[in-house]
Design a protein. Structure first.
Length: 252
């Protein structure tokens, strides 16, 4: 009996020292943490999936950007190649046009030699060239006269150069003297050849179509005149030679 009482008092003493409310609170706190983790787990999984998806999209867009950059570089190379090809074509056409102009000049020269009736008593219009000065309405001209082999005496005379075209819809003709060229500069006297050079200005609104050159020898009654007509645009496409020989051959 005494032994049972002793055990009862020991149990009561243990019960007084033990606090079950603290254990309950710990259990509740643990359950709350576990429950919160379980609630956030789907969200974490979802965020992880979105992150992976966004990363995949970023990688895809970066790949597209690289592809576009490479395509742009290829197109730029093609464009530069095309531009160079066009520039080469334009240069080749300009060269060919220059060759055609020179051939036309030579053709006129040999035509005059082979056709005495197209010369003024042996004086031949070898070349006529005109060149625009900058972007203005001023032009330079150069007329080259030669003699056929059958005649080697001095030839003297005058040249008349006329520009035929339209102004305000009406046909108009201007001589070089009308355009400011002194008449004395259109006189010639030579044994082999002579160059006549000068400059003039086109009237405002005047559109030149062709140029007529008339050579008249002094003191000649038969075969003392010859004429040539040139398209104005063809003349202005024939440039001046940068280096010319002496302006006259044994000129007086």
């Amino acid at each position: 009996m005494q032994n049972w009482k002793h055990r009862w008092h020991a149990l009561k003493h243990y019960e007084q020292q033990f606090h079950p409310r603290g254990l309950v609170l710990l259990l509740i706190l643990g359950l709350a943490v576990s429950f919160g983790y379980l609630l956030s787990l789907p969200q974490q999984l979802m965020q992880g999936g979105l992150r992976n998806e966004l990363q995949a999209q970023i990688s895809l867009q970066q790949e597209r950007i690289r592809s576009l950059i490479e395509s742009g570089a290829a197109l730029e190379i093609d464009l530069q190649t095309e531009r160079q090809s066009q520039a080469d074509t334009v240069a080749m056409m300009a060269t060919l046009q220059g060759q055609v102009d020179r051939l036309n000049t030579e053709l006129i020269f040999y035509r005059n030699i082979m056709a005495p009736e197209k010369s003024a008593d042996g004086v031949v219009i070898h070349e006529l060239a005109m060149e625009q000065i900058g972007d203005s309405d001023h032009y330079r001209y150069k007329l080259v006269l030669t003699q056929q082999k059958k005649r080697r005496g001095f030839s003297k005379g005058r040249v008349a150069v006329s520009l035929q075209g339209s102004r305000n819809g009406k046909p108009v003709t201007y001589s070089l003297t009308d355009l400011g060229v002194e008449a004395k500069t259109l006189s010639f006297s030579f044994r082999y050849f002579q160059e006549l050079e000068g400059a003039y200005r086109l009237p405002e609104g005047f559109v030149a179509d062709q140029v007529q050159v008339r050579v008249s020898l002094s003191g000649s009654s038969k075969g003392g005149t010859t004429e040539q007509v040139y398209p104005f645009l063809e003349l202005t496409g024939v440039g001046f030679e940068e280096e010319t020989s002496a302006a006259n051959g044994e000129k007086t």
